[in-house]
Design a protein around this ligand. Structure first.
Ligand code: TRP
Length: 449
């Protein structure tokens, strides 16, 4: 028999879980470097605008559908369908979401495994295990394979324990620690030479950059990835929210937390890069652009920590703890999508489902690790650039065109009785029907031009 459906026990618990899903590797190094490359505060401005005007309405669509259906993504979309055709469409979107998020997890876990290895490295140094310490931070198939498996085991453990005892418990422990570590690191880095240069790169707007068509595209992609949209993650979390909660309010808090932590991360990463520059580390690639992507985290920042002497180990441990926490609260939200589906559709017990699905995803990760150069980038592109935005678009079509408008309003009114006359209801239906699908489509097509 399947176990009864879980529910978050408090608003704080839900907020930490959903913000934990949203705040991940994408925020901490994707956002800051994107900003630095695209006109600093001008990008920040575009990002804020798109996050609230487009990503937030799409987030609300998932939360409302989820809480209404109280079911996994596939069942939820089938439930709100109005006929055989839209039901088949719902099944397809739900299943594609499950496949997409599983592949996202398969590469996300590899990168998270690196973060784990880098976190352990300073401890190995303190214990005098120099050979081991070196191995931990040197790229290699064995290291990557070992740590992806360890990271997946942690994810599986939390998901096996369920919504309250797993997701909520760990998110409420880990997210406040994340904010604390982030703030401490920002204060420390600000005291170092070169930091203000980085602040300037981040915060002085270059409004000419706003005119580049690519700026909006990157800002929107960033916003959608960062809010974990399109694959049913937020839908499933929404299905565990109590009916007495005010959805528009907690949705906007999640968006605020996500954006807020991305902006804070910029106050750490950009100054840190320029501190590294001031101490002789190369921060520009051959093409003259700032080093972004993996190179930033696994070469630039470690070189900076090395140059700091004794305290460098402490700072490195704090920084990689931050990265591991950010990854873990995101990875559990990814694994929950297929697990909730199997538990509810197949009447399998949660721990068995978590081990089985987590195991399959770990095997996919291992295949990618063994063929890294061929597979890694393609899996990232296929899932995050091809599949995810398209699914986001389908979600908007569901909420805007297929699902019955008055049922939506009834759903929002539970927990927020005055919603019908509020600001949210005045604009959201229009947004989700017209603005969101068109905007997503424009961005989607842009990448093929
Ligand atoms: N939002 C997370 C980040 O910024 C990653 C994430 C979690 C995600 N769940 C997701 C991305 C679902 C896409 C889809 O790192």
């Amino acid at each position: 028999m399947a176990s009864p459906r879980g529910e978050f026990s408090s608003r704080f618990g839900f907020l930490m879980a959903a913000a934990g899903s949203a705040v991940g590797l994408g925020n901490i190094w994707g956002f800051p470097t994107n900003a630095a490359e695209n006109g600093g505060a001008a990008f920040l401005f575009a990002y804020l605008l798109l996050a609230f005007a487009l990503a937030y309405p799409a987030l609300m669509a998932e939360l409302i559908i989820g809480r209404h259906a109280r079911a996994n993504g596939v069942t939820a979309l089938q439930l709100i369908a109005t006929g055989a055709k839209s039901r088949a469409f719902g099944t397809m979107v739900g299943v594609l979401g499950i496949i997409t998020v599983s592949f996202i997890l398969s590469f996300y876990a590899i990168v998270s495994g690196w973060m784990l290895a880098f976190l352990i490295q300073p401890f190995a140094v303190w214990l005098g295990l120099d050979g081991f310490a070196n191995w931990l931070v040197s790229d290699g198939v064995t290291r990557n394979a070992l740590f992806v498996v360890v990271f997946m085991l942690l994810t599986i453990l939390i998901i096996s324990a369920g919504v309250k005892e797993g997701i909520e418990k760990w998110a409420t422990r880990l997210m406040p620690s994340l904010v604390l570590i982030l703030l401490c690191l920002i204060f420390y880095v600000m005291t170092l030479p070169g930091a203000t240069e980085g602040l300037r790169a981040y915060l002085v707007p270059n409004f000419a950059a706003l005119a580049q068509p690519n700026l909006l595209v990157s800002a929107m992609g960033q916003a959608f990835f960062s809010l974990s949209l399109g694959v049913g993650t937020m839908l499933v979390y929404g299905s565990y929210i109590s009916k007495s909660e005010n959805l528009p309010l907690i949705g906007s808090l999640v968006a605020l937390l996500d954006v807020g932590i991305a902006v804070l991360a910029g106050l750490l990463i950009l100054p840190a890069m320029y501190v590294a520059l001031a101490s002789g580390v190369e921060i520009y690639s051959d093409s003259g652009a700032l080093i972004a992507g993996p190179g930033l985290i696994i070469s630039v920042l470690p070189a900076l920590f090395d140059s700091m002497g004794i305290i460098g180990g402490v700072v490195a441990a704090a920084f990689f703890a931050l990265m591991v926490i950010a990854s873990l609260t995101s990875s559990i939200s990814m694994l929950e999508v297929p697990v909730s589906f199997v538990v509810e559709k197949k009447a399998v017990r949660r721990p068995a489902a978590a081990v089985f699905i987590g195991g399959v995803i770990a095997i996919i990760s291992l295949v990618i690790v063994a063929n890294f150069d061929v597979l890694f980038d393609s899996v990232v592109t296929l899932t995050t650039e091809m599949s995810q935005p398209l699914l986001g678009l389908f979600f908007c079509i569901f909420a805007g065109w297929i699902w019955n408008r008055s049922t939506i309003l009834d759903e929002i009114r539970q927990g927020s009785p005055e919603a019908g006359s509020g600001f949210f209801w005045r604009i959201w239906p229009f947004y989700i029907r017209f603005i969101c699908p068109i905007a997503i489509l424009l961005v989607y097509l842009q990448q093929f031009t």
